[in-house]
Design a protein around this ligand. Structure first.
Ligand SMILES: Nc1ncnc2c1ncn2[C@@H]1O[C@H](COP(=O)(O)OP(=O)(O)OP(=O)(O)O)[C@@H](O)[C@H]1O
Ligand SMILES: [Mg+2]
Length: 249
């Protein structure tokens, strides 16, 4: 079976309010997915479910043939689920919690390796890839917003996950940095990573995705299709309330 994730009728409710409604989908290994929907449609919620952060949902979720639910947390943890699936928070501040950039990137590898020299090599390799090797000794609190995004991605890549779930990774970035991120994501895709990326950027990032999952304002999956076919369907994007009539796709 080539599906990394399979969801069947996944519904998530908080205080009787449905914030994800009957989501069914398959995520294929090695493909890139854009997750698109208006503000509040449920993108972050779906990503947190896929990342094993929210486990008390209704319906069924499988990671390969393993069922993911609140009873399986210990087993998922033991089987390395949280190493294989990396989640980058929409709010970068929530993710970074170490004092220095080095320690932040080293945190993951330190859970799985104990040779400090190897850990250093890994941190340096990832930091160079994201062009932040000059920041390794910096205090996290002194970083700019864009630098924090790179550190957050580096800390996830340090574990070499096979699935990357990135929640609006290019928010608040300048145009050059957005292009940099798009190049990085393309390279990750080319080495076979499975990518799920939520974005409001209709240019680079969206077009990088093989498939797009489009959410509706009432928290349902409106359509899963090739990115090309979804981008070309202006009426569908209007129905999803991600664009209005005047928007040029
Ligand atoms: N724990 C919670 N308790 C109550 N409501 C919640 C909770 N988490 C999310 N919601 C609500 O569920 C809806 C979906 O939220 P979510 O963060 O998944 O949307 P989103 O598509 O990521 O939006 P954005 O584009 O603004 O990031 C929103 O209306 C939000 O207010
Ligand atoms: Mg969100």
């Amino acid at each position: 079976m080539s599906a990394v994730f399979r969801g069947e009728n996944i519904t998530y409710r908080v205080n009787n309010k449905t914030i994800l409604d009957s989501a069914s989908f398959e995520i294929e290994k090695g493909k890139a997915y854009a997750l698109v929907g208006c503000n509040g449609s449920g993108k972050t919620t779906l990503m947190k479910i896929l990342s094993g952060i929210i486990l008390d949902f209704e319906g069924e979720l499988y990671f390969y043939d393993k069922k993911v639910d609140k009873t399986s947390f210990d087993e998922l943890f033991k089987n390395g689920f949280y190493k294989k699936v990396g989640y980058m928070f929409q709010e970068t501040e929530l993710q970074l919690f170490n004092l220095t950039v080095f320690d932040e990137i080293a945190f993951g590898p330190r859970q799985f390796m104990n040779d400090e020299r190897k850990i250093q090599e890994r941190v340096l390799e990832v930091a160079k890839f994201l062009n932040i090797d000059n920041l390794l000794e910096s205090d996290i609190l002194t970083l700019s917003g864009g630098e924090k995004k790179r550190v957050a991605l580096a800390s996830i890549l340090a574990n070499n996950p096979e699935v990357l779930i990135l929640d609006e990774p290019t928010n608040d970035l300048d145009p050059k940095s957005i292009r940099f991120f798009a190049r990085i994501l393309k390279q990750l895709k080319d080495v076979g990573k499975t990518l799920i990326v939520s974005t409001h950027h209709f240019d680079l990032l969206f077009r990088l995705a093989d498939y797009t999952i489009l959410l509706s304002p009432d928290h349902r999956i409106l359509k899963i299709g090739t990115t090309k076919e979804i981008l070309e369907d202006k009426n569908l994007l209007i129905e999803a309330e991600v664009i209005d009539e005047e928007f040029e796709v």
